[in-house]
Design a protein around this ligand. Structure first.
Ligand SMILES: Nc1ncnc2c1ncn2[C@@H]1O[C@H](COP(=O)(O)OP(=O)(O)OP(=O)(O)O)[C@@H](O)[C@H]1O
Ligand SMILES: [Mg+2]
Length: 503
């Protein structure tokens, strides 16, 4: 009996609280319609206080500034996060006032419209089943800090106010806020332009990196591609693991194969996938260990250190052999020439204390010429062979160069190998088994046939001739011709080599 009356009272209290919340919302929407801005701000502030006093509710406020001179970064994370959630929670339709802005001015392609909440508006976000009601307010007190005045800002300081049921307080404080910060950082990372650094003496020179390569357009064996993506995924989610085992949070890759098989394209695809900056280290330009140390210490986290064509830096191996000569100065690290194995030891030592989320990639055309010390298990975590064009890789290239299909950008890195069939495929597959063609050569041949087609199509008026199947017939017919002529050349070369041997 007693418990049922407590239950009834609880229910009444909930109903009252809900009706107070409903009234607050009603008053707010009426105020938005009828009151001038200043009165509306005062009312919003009062309503926020009223809401905060409702016993079953808890709330946080997140101020734009933390003291007169410093920004509160959480405020900006919340802003980014809420802007990304507006579409999902239907706020772009529901809200009366929206704030519009554009993120960048210098690159037309990345000019992206940002839609965010306007002052006095309210939106509801749901995280793990808990409801969070967000409002944006400004304090009545104008922000007259030196910074704001110098920037010409007027009006009050902004702050977000979030209310939720008190039972979700722990979830709000830990999980939800962490989730907001992580999501906002991920969004910023995605939008941040990447930088490519090259070494000039002992300094890095930055340049914008805008290589279009990505895993979807990279022509390589599907299983191998998947294993590289899986390895990267595992690597970036294993911070705690690396910490626990006391190892530097780094991963090493060796990409090997003939010129034009996509080693550099794979590096670019990795950088675009992970949103990591690239540091191209020209080892022959590094005089000694102290320069190398300076360069390595100058790298940022979330980056890829690339050392291309290590077979061409073969003298580095010879330096290894000459190591026994006594150093000239009293500090050996200053004079000692850089060696490949020395570099790896250096990277291990420095990165285990100063770096996080670092990747090192070596490329070579001739794996067999490398110092065996470099190929020893444990040195490079993954060896990736980039080979000549296979039927599987060819289909990806056809899709890249001849398909008119649009691929949704978010799925690019996960796109499956296309399984489009064409009557020329069996013949092309057979020819690919007989002649060694690099993906770079094939990409060029496809580009040529596409350009020929485009020129021919521009001269046509009949709609029928624009038919996709017909286009493919003509373009792939040209690829068959290209492969046949390549096979003929290879046969002739073989014949003349044979004749030379005989004479
Ligand atoms: N596997 C591939 N997938 C898609 N395109 C490729 C591939 N390989 C080569 N290409 C095309 O050929 C061009 C040159 O390839 P890339 O520079 O990646 O080859 P590489 O293996 O690094 O050659 P090198 O050994 O000469 O440095 C690329 O820009 C791209 O257009
Ligand atoms: Mg290359």
């Amino acid at each position: 009996m007693a418990s049922s009356s407590i239950y009834e009272k609880g229910k009444e209290a909930m109903a009252m609280a809900t009706s107070v919340a409903a009234t607050v919302m009603l008053v707010r929407s009426l105020a938005n319609e009828l009151l001038p801005n200043e009165a509306r701000d005062m009312l919003s502030y009062g309503l926020a206080n009223l809401r905060a006093r409702m016993k079953w509710r808890h709330s946080f406020s997140i101020e734009q500034t933390d003291g007169p001179y410093s920004s509160n970064y959480l405020f900006y994370h919340v802003k980014t996060y809420l802007a990304s959630r507006m579409e999902a929670v239907g706020a772009t339709n529901a809200l009366q006032h929206l704030r519009l802005s554009i993120g960048t001015m210098d690159d037309e392609d990345t000019d992206k419209l940002i839609v965010s909440m306007e002052e006095g508006e309210e939106m509801v976000d749901v995280y793990e089943g808990a409801e969070f009601r967000w409002c944006l307010y400004s304090h009545d007190v104008p922000d007259d800090s030196i910074i704001s005045r110098s920037l010409g800002r007027r009006g009050g300081k902004l702050y977000y106010h979030v209310t939720f049921h008190k039972k979700h307080k722990a979830k709000a404080l830990s999980g939800y806020i962490d989730y907001i910060i992580k999501t906002a950082k991920d969004i910023r990372d995605k939008e941040r332009p990447l930088t490519m650094y090259t070494n000039d003496d002992s300094d890095w020179t930055p340049e914008d990196f805008c290589h279009p390569s990505n895993f979807a357009t990279l022509a390589m064996n599907h299983a191998l591609k998947k294993s590289v993506i899986d390895d990267l995924e595992k690597f970036i989610t294993r911070k705690a693991f690396y910490k626990r085992i006391g190892k530097a949070w780094k991963r090493g890759y060796l990409f090997y194969g003939p010129p034009g098989t996509g080693k550099s394209s794979l590096i670019a695809a990795m950088a675009n996938y992970l949103r990591f900056d690239l540091y191209y280290l020209e080892l022959t330009g590094v005089e000694n260990n102290s320069q190398l140390r300076k360069l390595l210490l100058g790298m940022t986290n979330k980056s890829i250190l690339v050392i291309e064509d290590i077979d061409c830096t073969i003298e580095l191996k010879q330096r290894d052999d000459n190591k026994k000569k006594p150093p000239k100065s009293s500090d050996p690290s200053k004079d000692e020439k850089v060696t490949l194995s020395g570099l790896l030891n250096f990277v291990d030592g420095l990165w285990s204390t100063t770096g996080e989320e670092r990747i090192i990639v070596f490329t070579t055309n001739y794996k067999e010429r490398l110092d065996p010390a470099l190929l020893r298990p444990g040195r490079m975590d993954m060896h990736v062979h980039m080979g000549y064009c296979t039927p599987e890789a060819f289909r990806i290239l056809v899709d890249n160069y001849l398909s008119k299909k649009e691929v949704p950008i978010d799925n690019l890195s996960k796109k499956e190998v296309p399984i489009d069939n064409h009557r020329t495929y069996p013949e092309i597959d057979e020819l690919l088994g007989e002649v060694a063609v690099t993906p770079a050569e094939m990409a060029e041949a496809l580009l040529r046939s596409k350009e020929d087609l485009d020129v021919a199509e521009n001269a046509l008026t009949s709609k029928e001739d624009h038919d996709d199947d017909k286009r493919l017939d003509v373009a792939l017919g040209k690829i068959v011709e290209f492969l046949k002529s390549k096979k003929e050349c290879a046969n002739k070369e073989e014949e003349s080599r044979h004749k030379k041997k005989m004479t």
